[in-house]
Design a binder for this molecule. Sequence first.
Ligand code: SAM
Length: 194
Amino acid sequence: MTTAPATYWERLWHDGRRYRKVTGAETTLLARHLGPGRGRPALDIGSGDGALARHLHHQLGYRTTGVDCAPTAVALAAAEDVEDVEDESGPAWRLMDFTSDDLGKLPEPAYAAVTCRLVYRWVDDKPAFLDRVRHVLAPGGILWVVTELAERREDTDPLKKLGITAADVEFLTAGWSVVRTADLDLLRCYALRL
Ligand SMILES: C[S@@+](CC[C@H](N)C(=O)[O-])C[C@H]1O[C@@H](n2cnc3c(N)ncnc32)[C@H](O)[C@@H]1O
């Protein structure tokens, strides 16, 4: 990606582009790998319309923050939360480029769980991104990454570019104390414990 993430993604959200819905199979895996939040903080990076962050917050019991670099996505997430649950406070939303903004803008210094769904593929500098994730993870915390794998599509498939490469996988999964994976059709979920 040569354009700044905020410019690239804001145009897509503003033009009405929407992304693959979070399914029941995915939330079952999420619950199995992350466990109950019990009020601990969670951070969803690239939260989009906020569906995953709301699930972490309302169903799993994490005190959740969703960050996204696209103003339209953050506005959508905040608006849906108000409509859905009026008697309960929802996740905190922040307009933020996680790759470059001051991490001090986050409401919590450390998170028990960091999630990143359909975002990692689009991060240009993956080593720097993972350094920043490790910086905000609490000791023993978990990074949950959901991504397509390029190898699951034929070379001729124009959507192959939506997946991460074998080299990306190797880098993503290096240096964690525990690495677990779970598969969902074209998607793979990674639970990476610090
Ligand atoms: C393909 S969408 C996925 C949205 C959501 N996670 C979902 O699963 O529906 C990627 C999202 O990541 C956000 N994003 C990409 N790069 C980002 C960055 N550097 N900092 C914050 N958000 C980012 C985009 O604005 C977009 O909302």
